[in-house]
Design a protein around this ligand. Structure first.
Ligand code: PBG
Length: 341
């Protein structure tokens, strides 16, 4: 029998026990990485659950403020607000977006005055306001979204949000040239300190389905398969995504975002290496829904898949993560700290 030499290098030494594993852990998700997307609705009625997103609710402004206080108390630094516009206030041009009394502006003011330490992100796109559910104004023949007309409205919208107290406006529309137009409009309005979080690489994804149910933009269009492929990126294209994202940086974005997150980890890594701006990733509604659905069937462990999904997004290179799991994760982390890890 020949003597098999003992391995000199034994990677398992670093995995021997929990304390050693903890010492050599390369990536950690902390509450300060998380931004909670929140849905706000008109009126003072009770929270309305979103069917396809267990645990997520549409909140009145008063309940939204309470939720923001709770999140802030748990160490979450930011929230992203999404208004649910009643169908009666929608029209093809999305004019409600520029109404000085619109819901999102009231929500921003209320949260800003109640929880001034929380960083407020607002979505800049017309889909909550248009009767057809698209992110912009349509061309005369209705066949496409009119880029330049839409950008003009988005810039005005951003100024309204900034004046109400948004810290960052987050254009999620994918129109060409919108970051430059928004930056110019904010500066002209004296809002030089309001930042832009650009949805820089946003893909035409089927994972947005539950969100469209939450804000009612799918129903408005009469389908969950609302086709946004003339403006959102083709999921097949990596080079195009990178080029489009870097355009947002050159136009003055302060932070970039990749969306969805989990199925696009390669894009997160690419962008992390191509830009030194803070990078956010949006774990979207469908990513959240699929883990819940599998867990409900007993097929996956919700807490472990949740934590692993966020860790993977962070490891790929995201600094910030927008996730509907924000509160649950922040709570779990706070309990872990109390228990001494
Ligand atoms: C629209 C917008 C969408 C999301 C955020 N902003 C949906 C869309 O583009 O149709 C999706 C978020 C999610 O799925 O969680 N501007």
């Amino acid at each position: 029998m020949q003597n098999v030499p003992l391995p000199v290098v034994r990677p398992r030494r670093l995995r021997r026990n929990a304390a050693i594993r903890d010492l050599v852990q390369e990536t950690r998700v902390v509450a300060a990485d998380l931004i909670a997307p929140l849905f706000v609705k008109e009126g003072d009625g009770p929270p309305e659950p979103v069917g396809s997103m267990p645990g997520v609710q549409r909140l009145s402004v008063a309940d939204l403020v309470a939720e923001c206080r709770a999140l802030h108390g748990l160490g979450v630094r930011g929230v992203a607000l999404f208004p649910v516009t009643p169908a009666s206030a929608k029209d093809p041009a999305g004019t409600e977006a520029l109404s000085p009394g619109c819901l999102v502006l009231r929500a921003v003011r209320a949260v800003k005055s109640a929880v001034p330490g929380l960083v407020l992100f607002t979505d800049i796109a017309l889909d909550p306001y248009t009767s057809h559910g698209h992110d912009g104004i349509l061309t005369a023949d209705g066949s496409d979204v009119d880029n330049d007309a839409t950008v003009g409205v988005l810039a005005k919208m951003a100024v309204l949000h900034a004046r109400a107290g948004a810290d960052f406006v987050a254009p999620s529309d994918m129109m060409d040239g919108r970051v430059a137009a928004i930056r110019a409009a904010l500066d002209a309005a004296g809002r030089t300190q309001t930042g832009i979080l650009a949805y820089a690489a946003k893909f035409a994804s089927a994972y947005y389905g539950p969100f469209r149910e939450a804000v009612g933009s799918a129903r408005a269009a009469g389908t969950t398969a609302l086709d946004k492929r003339t403006y959102q990126l083709n999921p097949a294209n990596r080079r195009e995504a990178l080029a489009d994202a870097l355009l947002d940086e050159s136009e003055g974005a302060d932070m970039l975002m990749v969306k969805p997150a989990g199925p696009y980890l390669d894009i997160i890594r690419d962008l992390r290496e191509a830009s030194s701006l803070p990078l956010a990733a949006y774990q979207v509604s469908g990513e959240y829904a699929q883990l819940h659905a599998a867990a409900e069937k007993g097929w996956l462990d919700l807490v472990r898949t949740r934590d692993e999904s966020l860790l993977a997004i962070k490891r790929a290179g995201a600094d910030l993560i927008l996730t509907y799991f924000a509160k649950d994760v922040a709570k779990a982390l706070a309990e872990e700290t109390v228990a001494g890890g």
